[in-house]
Design a protein around this ligand. Structure first.
Ligand SMILES: *Cc1c(COP(=O)(O)O)cnc(C)c1O
Length: 448
């Protein structure tokens, strides 16, 4: 088989500013050993997140110029609405400035004390928006999904028996909604199978509870179904997307992921009364229903991005380039969550640096070394981020869409191999400052 190439050529480039190892040591020390506090200009390869970091196409940039900035009824809104309807099949499409704004509106209407919500795994903003209303959010991930070293095709699936138990325990009248996060971001970007979507949907229908998709990476999820699930090989990704969404009563979306744009989101649904309530809140917090929290040009770029993201050459390249980095890690003995997910590779820091205890933040240590060795910025997802609630010690390398080429990824692998060779010299870290909430963003550290 021939090399899977980037299915685009590059028209506009953004220079990378090179730094020396000595400079990076000083930059990192000045930033309190927290990569979040480094200026992006001092980073060579930025793998902090895949959110809002996509490169837009020439057609998207043309859309930016065509954007209709009318306050009400803009042409760009109807284009956006058509594009979202084509994929979701939903009747009411509400634009928001990003995913969490859609969540905020939906859960403000449906949440409150005494209410319970379940998902395969709630993403942290979704959980926060539920808990903010006084309601509870419960994760019901299948057992295999909880083990980083176990390989399975659909580690993002929900445990359907656990869902039935959850409904019995709390009562359907206290459960306004069930969520499936596709792909499961917090669980390593692992996909959810069509079978699981259908099984969960059937349980929801039987109990008269709506199922919503947290659809941020819907196209990546659909591509995994096409590759891995029986009966889908000959279906188009668009058809698979339509089938996934047809099992759900609505969706929340961060367009910063699979709509290939830098800002945007939506809430889609079919229940007219609920849509009215959501639109009323939208007007208070985001804006008029035909622009949400966005400019007309953003709506144009999303509409075009949704056409491009279901292109199978794009998805083949996208999923393969993540897998390619994963394979390079594994062939050099570097432990990662297996199999590689859609949007990121997660290094298992506990196995990478077993001599550093969780209280001394092995993930933070690897993240700092990656920056010093090669100017790569990654994200600790472990005890720094979650404190005592951390289930694993991970370092996430999220891959921005259409931004880096194969040689950038080869370079990332070379840097990691170098760090791994001298893993025994890695040292732990301790806080010198921590905020009371979401401390990973602003914390400062010292090396032990
Ligand atoms: C990013 C993300 C969100 C939140 O979207 P924002 O646009 O960052 O507000 C919600 N769910 C999942 C799974 C995400 O990845």
């Amino acid at each position: 088989m021939k090399t899977i190439i980037e299915p685009f050529r590059i028209k506009s480039v953004e220079p990378i500013r090179f730094t020396t190892k000595e400079e990076r040591k000083k930059i990192l020390t000045d930033a309190g050993f927290n990569p979040f506090l480094i200026h992006a200009d001092d980073v060579l390869i930025d793998l902090l997140t895949d959110s809002g970091t996509s490169a837009m196409s020439s057609d998207q940039w043309s859309g930016i110029m065509r954007g209709d900035e009318s306050y009400a009824g803009a042409k760009s809104f109807y284009k956006f609405e058509d594009a979202v309807k084509k994929i979701t099949g939903d009747e009411f499409i509400i634009p928001t400035h990003q995913g969490r704004a859609a969540e905020k509106i939906l859960f403000s209407v449906l949440g409150g004390k005494g209410k319970y919500f379940a998902a395969n795994t709630f993403f942290d903003t979704t959980r926060a928006n539920i808990e903010f209303t006084g309601a509870e959010a419960v994760d019901l991930l299948n057992e295999t999904g909880k083990h980083p070293e176990k390989r399975a095709p659909f580690k993002g699936d929900m445990d359907v028996d656990a869902l039935e138990g959850f409904i019995k325990k709390y009562g359907r009248e206290n459960i306004p909604l069930i969520v499936l996060t596709i792909t499961n971001n917090s669980g390593g970007g692992q996909p959810v199978s069509m079978k699981n979507i259908k099984d969960v949907s059937a349980v929801c229908k039987k109990n008269n509870i709506p199922l919503f998709l947290d659809a941020c990476r819907f196209a990546e999820n659909a591509y995994f179904i096409k590759m891995r699930e029986d009966g889908y090989k000959d279906k188009s990704v668009l058809e698979i997307c339509q089938e996934m969404f047809s099992c759900a009563a609505g969706s929340t979306m961060s367009a910063k992921k699979d709509a290939l744009v830098n800002i945007g989101g939506w809430l889609s649904l079919n229940d007219e009364e609920l849509a009215m309530k959501c639109r009323n809140l939208l007007i208070v917090t985001e804006g008029f229903p035909t622009y949400g929290g966005l400019a007309g040009r953003d709506l144009e770029a999303i509409a075009q991005g949704l056409e491009e993201v279901v292109d199978e050459h794009y998805l083949q390249y996208r999923i393969r380039s993540t897998e390619y980095l994963g394979e390079k890690m594994l062939s050099n003995g570097i432990p990662i969550i297996e199999p590689p997910g859609g949007h990121a590779i997660y290094i298992d820091a506990k196995r990478f640096a077993p001599h550093i205890p969780a209280e001394q933040f092995p993930g933070q240590s690897i993240t700092c070394e990656m920056y010093i060795e090669g100017g790569i910025r990654a994200c600790e997802i472990g005890s720094v981020m979650f404190g005592k609630n951390a289930m694993m010690e991970l370092v996430r390398m999220a891959i921005p869409r259409r931004v880096y080429t194969q040689s950038h990824i080869d370079y990332v692998a070379e840097v990691l191999i170098e760090v791994y060779k001298r893993r025994n010299e890695l040292r732990g870290y301790a806080f010198t400052y921590e905020a009371p909430m979401l401390r990973h963003f602003t914390a400062r550290f010292k090396q032990l």
